[in-house]
Design a binder for this molecule. Structure first.
Ligand SMILES: C[S@@+](CC[C@H](N)C(=O)[O-])C[C@H]1O[C@@H](n2cnc3c(N)ncnc32)[C@H](O)[C@@H]1O
Length: 258
C-alpha cells in the first residue's frame, strides 16, 4: 500500500491563494507533485490517490470512491462522557498524569491521542501509513478547533512516520511514562465507522514478542495494548490485568512496571 508511484497534491475546487501555496509547499516537503485542481482529471489515473488542501487548510486524501480526513469529534464525545461519568477504558488503563509523556505507537486518526493530551504533558505518535500520517499531521496543526482543550491537546502531540517496530528498538530504557499500542484488530468490527476510512491504508502489523519486550523496556510506568476480546494476543502474552467490557468486545491489556 505504501508503494506510491507519485504523490499528487492539489486543492479543492476554486481555491484561494493560501490553499495553492500550501499545496505547493506540501508537494515540495513530501517530494510530490503539485497539480492545479482544474487539470487533475486529465492527469489522474483510475486507481491513484491524491491529497487535497481544503478551504480551511486541512488535508484530505482522496481516491476514486473514498476519502480519508481528520475530524476530532470522537475525542470530543469521549472527553465529555468521561467528565460526566468518569468512565473511559483508555484513560482507566493508561492513567495519564499531568507530567506524563505518552508514546502512542499506532496513531491512526489520533482520537486516542487527543483525549490523552487533555490529561498529560506530551504525546509522541508513530504512524506507519504515509497517507494517514500526512492527513493527520498536516490537518492537526491547522484544524480550527472550537474547544480550547482540543486545541491545547493538539499542540502537545508530535507525530512521526515510521514503523513502530523499528522506532521502539532505538529508544533508550524508561524513556516514556506509558506506551500505548492499538493495532488494527485481527477480527475487525466492520460496524466501527470511525475505523472504516483507515482500512484502505492502515498497516496490519501484529505485535510480536520482541515488540512487547521493547515496549516494556522503554516505558517507566506501564504498557497498554488494545485488542478485541477474541484476538490471539490474549493467549500469546501475559498482562497484569484487563480493562474493558465484554459487551463492547474490546479489551485494554495492562502491564505495570512498578
Ligand atoms: C486501530 S488504528 C489506531 C487508532 C487510533 N488509536 C485512534 O485513536 O485513532 C491502528 C493504526 O496503527 C497503524 N499501525 C499499525 N501497525 C503499525 C506499525 N507497525 N507502526 C506504526 N503504525 C502502525 C495503522 O496504520 C493504523 O493507522
Amino acid at each position: 500500500m505504501e508503494d506510491f508511484t507519485r504523490l499528487i497534491f492539489t486543492t479543492s475546487h476554486d481555491p484561494n491563494g493560501e490553499q495553492i501555496s500550501l499545496a505547493k509547499e506540501l508537494a515540495h516537503k513530501y517530494n510530490g507533485e503539485f497539480i492545479e485542481r482544474k487539470n487533475l482529471k486529465d492527469v489522474l489515473k483510475e486507481d491513484e490517490i491524491y491529497f487535497v488542501v481544503n478551504k480551511n487548510l486541512t488535508i484530505d486524501c482522496k481516491w476514486k470512491d473514498g476519502r480519508l480526513f481528520f475530524h476530532p469529534s470522537v475525542s470530543k464525545i469521549r472527553l465529555n462522557n468521561y467528565l460526566k461519568n468518569g468512565k473511559d477504558y483508555l484513560i482507566e488503563s493508561i492513567k495519564p498524569e499531568e507530567n506524563d509523556v505518552i508514546l502512542d505507537l499506532t496513531f491512526g486518526l489520533g482520537s486516542d491521542a487527543l483525549l490523552l493530551g487533555y490529561f498529560c504533558k506530551e504525546v509522541i505518535g508513530i504512524e506507519a501509513s504515509f497517507p494517514i500520517y500526512v492527513v493527520v499531521k498536516e490537518s492537526l496543526k491547522r484544524y480550527q478547533f472550537k474547544e480550547l482543550w482540543l486545541k491545547e491537546s493538539s499542540e502537545k502531540i508530535k507525530i512521526y512516520h515510521e514503523n513502530y517496530k523499528d522506532f521502539i528498538k532505538r529508544q533508550v530504557d524508561n524513556s516514556y511514562d506509558s506506551v500505548y499500542c492499538d493495532p488494527m484488530f485481527e477480527n475487525p468490527q466492520f460496524k466501527s465507522s470511525s475505523m472504516n476510512p483507515l482500512r484502505k491504508f492502515a498497516s496490519y502489523d501484529r505485535i510480536d514478542k520482541v515488540d512487547l519486550e521493547n515496549m516494556i523496556r522503554i516505558s517507566r510506568k506501564r504498557v497498554v495494548v488494545k485488542a478485541r476480546v477474541n484476538d490471539s494476543i490474549w493467549n500469546e502474552f501475559k498482562f497484569n490485568y484487563n480493562v474493558g467490557s465484554k459487551k463492547s468486545g474490546v479489551v485494554f491489556g495492562v502491564i505495570e512496571k512498578k
